[in-house]
Design a protein. Structure first.
Length: 138
């Protein structure tokens, strides 16, 4: 069995945003040379997320509205975590959207269902954060 590890770095210029990282994960898969196995993709920061969904602009607007209703950014005084920070909502949003995804690799390709792609979700941006790609298989 082979193992491959790579870090992807992102710096979303706004507080929140969604980035389709499927092409970068596919690049990692090609670089790994692994044809059958599994890939783990996870956000290595507590205010960011990795998830699988459809690449549709309206859906991301819906996520933004839904997440803001569930964990509104303001007023920041509502959160106990915000003593010197203003990102408690980002921690909650990450918990909702998830830390990681695992995708099967079949025939050297990500074995997705229809419309599935991998996304990086940023909830407290404007600084560099990393995503781990770990691939195991043969």
């Amino acid at each position: 069995m082979k193992s491959f590890r790579k870090e992807l770095w992102f710096n979303v210029p706004s507080r929140r945003g969604f980035v389709n990282i499927t092409p970068q994960v596919e690049d990692c898969l090609r670089e790994s040379g692994i044809a059958e196995g599994m890939v783990l993709v996870n956000a290595m920061h507590i205010t960011a997320s990795v998830f699988i969904n459809d690449n549709e602009r309206g859906l991301f607007n819906d996520f933004e509205i839904w997440l803001e209703k569930l964990a509104p950014h303001e007023p920041v005084s509502r959160y106990q975590h915000n003593s010197g920070e203003d990102n408690a909502d980002a921690h909650l949003k990450r918990s909702i959207m998830g830390r990681e995804v695992v995708v099967a690799i079949t025939g050297g390709k990500l074995d997705f269902g229809p419309w599935e792609q991998i996304f990086y979700g940023e909830f407290d941006g404007r600084r560099k954060k990393r995503v781990l790609v770990k691939i195991i298989g043969e």
